[in-house]
Design a protein around this ligand. Structure first.
Ligand code: PLP
Length: 356
């Protein structure tokens, strides 16, 4: 399907200070837009980034039918723009759509939409190594109707925002705490979908953790409150006993694209990787026994985020609080190396966008 393109008459790029980018505050000149009505997606469009108007009766506002993705485009060493694993993000978007009874999007429309948007807004992709253009595809139910039911109408957008390097001032290990009263997801719920409501429900526990001085909540399973699940917007990894261990995907954890990349590279390097249940007690015991070497989060925003401290019911363990472990650093360098075209991309993860 050909995308209708309306170029912005006034670029806002001259207002942008590339040396002081704040995450998700400033948006590039254009956005991708597509509407779903009468059982089909209509003509896709790229047009100037602008407010959209809806009635207060719009279903997404009442019943939370809203999903999104988070990915990045990088200005690579060969002076092209690289998307990282866009087809995997597309698959996850459609998985989220199915869970919320929303219509799927064709891969070719998603990829072409991204490519055309990046071609138009290529100047918005920061040139500095470490910086990137954050890409936010989103879909929501747009029927104006107060019945609690599946919506008949949807809107899909892709908006983009230039972001600075996550670690411009060195790696900053995060401090995590489990939560005694709150859970993020239950089996059979929406935890494995990138559903907007999952995040809304996590803000109160995250706020309480921050009030106690922790960066984020380390989620435990909702039934036994025993097994580690994930962190805010990251999957979690434990380097212990000579193996890399991460919670398995069983419906409650978001299947991270970075998580999958970490597993692939760790296996390539000859490390045994276990995707399995891991209890918080096992983590604390491993620390006591001196076999817990590193803990880190993995996600699009930071790529790899070292964990320096974990609190669980008043007991705590401290890892390398002020630095990143050697394995996590090697993983960070390997993944970012591929993203910026500095390291061979053996797995075809990068998707170069040919600029006009
Ligand atoms: C809840 C949650 N877990 C994990 C992740 C990491 O996923 P990815 O590596 O695809 O960014 C994210 C970020 O998207 C997230 O929101």
């Amino acid at each position: 399907m050909k995308i209708n393109i309306t170029k912005s008459a006034n670029s806002k790029i001259s207002e942008l200070d590339f040396d002081n980018l704040e995450f998700g505050r400033i948006f590039s000149d254009h956005m991708f837009e597509m509407s779903y009505q009468n059982g089909v997606w209509k003509q896709p469009e790229i047009k100037p980034y602008a407010p959209i108007t809806f009635e207060p009766s719009m279903m997404a506002l009442h019943y939370g039918q809203a999903i999104f993705e988070g990915m990045k485009a990088y200005f690579a060493d060969d002076k092209t723009i690289h998307l990282f694993r866009p087809k995997d993000h597309h698959k996850r978007l459609n998985n989220s759509a199915r869970r919320l009874c929303m219509p799927e999007i064709e891969e070719s429309v998603f990829i072409e939409g991204l490519e055309e948007l990046l071609k138009l807004d290529s100047a918005w992709v920061p040139r500095k190594h470490g910086h990137a253009l954050y890409i936010r595809p989103l879909m929501f139910a747009s029927e104006e109707y107060l019945a609690a039911k599946v919506s008949a109408e949807y809107q899909f957008y892709i908006i983009t925002s230039p972001v600075a390097a996550y670690y411009s001032e060195g790696f900053n290990p995060v401090s995590l705490t489990t939560s005694e009263n709150f859970v993020r997801a239950v089996k059979g719920g929406t935890g494995e979908a990138k559903a907007a409501g999952n995040y809304g429900g996590s803000f109160l526990p995250a706020k309480k953790a921050q009030e106690k001085g922790y960066t984020q909540v380390l989620w435990l399973d909702a039934v036994e409150h025993k097994y580690v699940e994930e962190v805010g917007t990251m999957n979690i990894f434990f380097l212990m006993d000579g193996k890399l261990i991460t919670p398995q995907l069983q419906g409650t954890v978001l299947p991270g694209i970075t998580r999958r990349s970490v597993i692939t590279l760790a296996k390539e390097w000859g490390l045994e990787v276990e995707e399995r249940q891991i209890s918080i007690d096992e983590v604390f015991d491993a620390h006591k026994n001196g076999i817990l070497k590193e803990v880190f989060g993995a996600g699009t925003a930071a790529v790899i985020s070292p964990v320096g401290h974990i609190n669980h019911q008043g007991e705590s363990i401290t890892l390398d609080r002020d630095k990143i472990g050697p394995f996590a650093k090697k993983m960070f360098d390997a993944i970012t190396g591929i993203q910026y075209g500095k390291v061979e991309d053996k797995y075809g993860w990068t998707h170069p966008v040919k600029l006009p």
